[in-house]
Design a binder for this molecule. Structure first.
Ligand SMILES: C[S@@+](CC[C@H](N)C(=O)[O-])C[C@H]1O[C@@H](n2cnc3c(N)ncnc32)[C@H](O)[C@@H]1O
Length: 276
């Protein structure tokens, strides 16, 4: 039986786990004949979900970050975690790793550094959330904590039947833009949030976010953003002072509120639009 994942099998910053249920509900409004194109695929969670809801539809995942490579190396990562667990067996959970134990941890990391290492997954085992190391040197320089989880990672069946591509989103959009039955899933890196764990070299600027809006013009789409990136506000303002139409004007908006801590929260937003 194919497993239904409600979160990505390996850690991924910005994955849309809080939208999975609501996204499913709106996906059901499209028929099987549609092609779903996940332009900013990230962890593949939205592609996975689209394939669950529409197993007979074509679903295309743009694996821009090469998350596939991390999935393909899951057993290797589990082995490294197994070694680390032995060293951290009696070490208090969430405590800073110091002294001889730290030396042993670095020794394991140095040893495995000869082949592929999923540094992002290791970061969530050895660093506090939102902190990422991408190289051995990053780990050697950082304060490490014992956040190691006790169970192995498993991604069995996660992206079965999903087509994988790896290109700039504009290239993929250009291939599919004239298909009458296409639905674009658009989840770009957020404006003013940390995207240091992504592969994209360049820093995303306002112009880049505005350009993404071209892909939702006259298309079926799901578009994800947040009130932290004031794109929606900007579009509303532009349309109020000019003849430029607001791209979200006929779309349905769904908000999901997230508390960072007791005094601060933000809202994640999904826009959904289905052409008649
Ligand atoms: C917010 S994340 C997507 C998260 C994804 N929906 C999920 O649930 O895991 C944005 C993704 O866009 C990728 N990205 C950045 N520049 C891109 C580009 N030019 N074309 C396609 N993807 C790009 C980032 O590397 C990152 O994986």
């Amino acid at each position: 039986m194919i497993k239904n994942y409600s979160k990505a099998p390996l850690p991924f910053q910005g994955q849309k786990r809080r939208f999975v249920q609501i996204f499913k509900k709106y996906l059901e409004q499209f028929s099987e004949e549609k092609i779903f194109v996940d332009l900013f695929g990230g962890s593949g969670l939205l592609s996975h979900t689209a394939k669950q809801v529409h197993p007979n539809s074509k679903v295309i995942w743009n694996d821009f970050d090469n998350y596939s490579k991390r999935l393909a190396n899951i057993q290797r990562t589990n082995k490294i975690l197994h070694e680390l667990r032995k060293v951290l067996k009696d070490y208090p959970k969430d405590k800073r790793i110091i002294g001889e134990t730290r030396e042993k941890v670095i020794e394991i990391l140095s040893h495995v550094n000869k082949g592929f290492v999923d540094w992002i997954t290791l970061s969530s085992s050895l660093m506090f959330s939102m902190n990422y190391g991408k190289t051995l040197e990053d780990f050697q320089k950082s304060t490490l904590y014992n956040c190691i989880r006790q169970s192995d990672y498993n991604a069995a069946g996660y992206l079965i039947g999903v087509e994988v591509v790896r290109k700039d989103y504009k290239e993929i959009y250009n291939i599919y833009k004239d298909y009458p039955n296409v639905v674009f899933i658009v989840d770009p890196p957020y404006l003013s949030t940390d995207s240091s764990s992504y592969n994209s070299d360049g820093y995303w600027k306002l112009k880049d976010y505005l350009e993404v809006l071209n892909v939702i013009t006259n298309q079926n789409y799901f578009y994800f953003t947040s009130d932290k990136s004031q794109i929606v506000e900007l579009c509303g303002w532009i349309s109020s002072v000019s003849s430029v139409a607001n791209p979200f004007v006929n779309a349905k908006r769904i908000n999901v509120s997230t508390a960072v801590n007791y005094s601060s929260k933000y809202t994640d937003i999904m826009y959904y639009y289905k052409k008649d």
